[in-house]
Design a binder for this molecule. Structure first.
Ligand SMILES: [Zn+2]
Ligand SMILES: [Zn+2]
Length: 555
């Protein structure tokens, strides 16, 4: 057994926040067996990727290697760790493993998607251990911003790997146990070859405040609110939902849950016991009957999502929930980079109505679920790995995590990127190869390769519009009808008030007339010359070049 190669390859999540997918391989060449950890999405920003909802990792390599895959283990239920499974699992059909809450949340998500396939998940108990071929996977409890986040201790004949997943140290989390320091230290005593670790907050000094600190702030803000209160947070943050519910109860208020994602998580959390002892929530239909000082609305939409509850409330377009001057809205959430404009839009909509808005800029109403530098050092101290590979972060986060690990005396710190194949054992860590990787876009009901030109063309269209020209030519190369020209998404007139359509028409006709006779009977040559002329004629007036399509019909 000794001397067998143990490798690690990230297919997503390194160099970006989101789309986490890691694979561990044991054995040599074609006999290598694989363990997959997580299968998440990234969220697309409307500006860069118009019409795209989600970004998924390209798993063509795993499809190729499918027969050698022993299973896929989920560390926790956040979308950046399991959000790609509904779309991608049918291509792999490998056994899935998750702890009870994650499994239940996944099932609820799946059922919410029309036409989603049956996807069986094997439920692993908290703190459980799983034998998958040569991989012995132990789930170790860590605190995070969703119930049941797990670090994975992966024991192999070539050494032990600790895959931290998403974690922080919180001595007083509102739900679940604190990060299992004893187990992690014992693992360190056993000897850890490599630590693959969360780098999200590696640029932040000190320690993250506790969920209990946030709960205290929320209780105070809800207690002192003069009228209605609405709180928005990530739907999956059950600890936060619990904090809001407890604060509401202490203030003699009922909780109304608003938004489907929130309702779904509440139901899963009830079933799995994470809201035990919390009062029943009321349906949205009761909202209108409750006095303003007797209600807290728990809403989706903390990222400014236009169809979510809070955006509709801010636009005064929600059928059941209204807010008015003097009411208070608390953003118990962080704005994910890329969503700033959307969130600002919602906040402005609320403030314009005289509603008081509270965010983490002015009160401790949000803490991160990821470790800051002092916490990262604790983890390194407990586990004492020989190799550390920063993961779950953008380039800056990874570099800072690496620097910190070197300062802490980790003998071998290795920075890698998506698609790198890293040898962990034997003989020291090194990048030895590259595996196929990439991105897929969820485009409506379809998955498209990010390399395909679909989305780039859509972006160009949205930036500079399109001119469509149709020409009818005789076989001898004479125009047999007036050109048909249509402009879409282009200003109607230039600065001098000339119609752009006329400018395009002149360009078409002049070009055609100046074209040498023999070329006029060659449709391709006509199309290309006209296309160039139209684009530059419009660009001259507009400073922007539209897409131009020329159809030449020989009649
Ligand atoms: Zn994550
Ligand atoms: Zn997470």
């Amino acid at each position: 057994m000794a001397g067998r190669e143990l490798v690690f390859a990230p297919l997503g999540g390194i160099g970006e926040i989101g789309m986490n997918l890691s694979i561990y391989g044991l054995g040599d060449g074609p006999r290598r067996q694989w363990l997959i950890v997580d299968c998440g999405v990234s969220f697309a920003s409307e500006e860069h990727l118009p019409g795209i909802d989600l970004i998924l990792p390209d798993i063509r390599y795993l499809v190729e290697e499918r027969r050698n895959i022993l299973g896929l283990v989920l560390t926790h239920g956040h979308e950046d760790h399991m959000g790609a499974l509904i779309d991608l699992w049918p291509r792999l059909k490998v056994p899935l493993y998750a702890t009870p809450f994650t499994a239940a949340l996944f099932e609820a998500r799946r059922l919410s998607e029309p036409g989603a396939p049956e996807i069986p998940v094997n439920v692993v108990p908290l703190g459980g251990r799983l034998a998958l071929g040569p991989f012995d996977v132990e789930f170790i409890n860590v605190a995070h911003s969703i119930p049941e986040s797990n670090a994975l201790a992966i024991r192999t004949p070539a050494g032990i790997v600790l895959h931290t997943g998403d974690w922080k140290i919180d001595p007083t989390p509102l739900i679940g146990a604190p990060t299992d320091q004893a187990k992690l230290t014992a693992l360190g005593d056993e000897g850890v070859l490599a630590l693959i670790g969360d780098s999200t907050n590696a640029v932040r000094d000190g320690r993250s405040p506790s969920e209990s600190d946030v709960a205290r702030t929320l209780a105070e803000l809800i207690r002192t609110a003069p009228a209605r209160v609405a709180v928005t947070t990530f739907a999956s943050h059950v600890g936060r939902l619990r904090a809001v519910a407890d604060a509401a109860r202490a203030a003699g208020r009922e909780v109304v849950v608003v938004g489907r994602a929130m309702e779904r998580v509440v139901q899963v959390a009830r079933e799995t016991g994470y809201l035990d002892g919390v009062q029943d929530f009321r349906g949205v239909e009761t909202y209108g009957y409750l006095p303003p000082d007797k209600v807290v609305a728990l809403c989706t939409g903390s990222q400014g999502e236009p169809r979510a509850a809070l955006a509709r409330i801010a636009e005064d377009e929600h059928p059941e929930i209204t807010l008015a001057r003097g009411d208070r809205v608390i953003f118990s959430s962080r704005t994910i980079p890329g969503n700033e404009k959307a969130v600002a839009g919602v906040i402005n909509g609320l403030v314009a109505q005289g509603i008081e808005v509270i965010t983490d800029r002015d009160h401790l109403v949000q803490v991160s679920g990821h470790p800051r530098r002092a916490e990262l050092l604790d983890m390194i101290g407990w586990v004492r790995p020989k190799i550390l590979i920063p993961a779950h972060g953008e380039a800056l986060h990874l570099a800072e995590h690496a620097k910190l690990a070197r300062q802490a005396g980790v003998p071998h710190v290795l920075l890698c990127r998506d698609g790198d194949l890293v040898r962990l054992a034997p003989e020291g860590a090194a990048i030895i190869d590259e595996v196929p990787f990439g991105r897929l876009y969820k485009d409506g009901a379809l998955l498209v390769d990010a390399q395909s030109r679909t989305v780039a063309a859509r972006r160009r269209l949205s930036f500079a519009g399109i001119v469509s020209v149709a020409l009818a030519l005789s076989e001898k190369g004479a125009l047999v009808a007036d050109p048909e020209i249509e402009l879409i998404g282009i200003p109607e007139t230039d600065a001098a008030g000339r119609l752009m359509a006329d400018i395009a028409r002149d360009a078409v006709e002049e070009t055609f007339e100046t074209l040498p006779k023999p070329r006029r009977s060659d449709p391709d040559s006509v199309a290309e010359a006209v296309r160039r002329a139209v684009r530059s004629a419009i660009a001259e007036r507009w400073n922007k070049k539209p897409i131009c399509h020329v159809h030449v019909l020989v009649v």
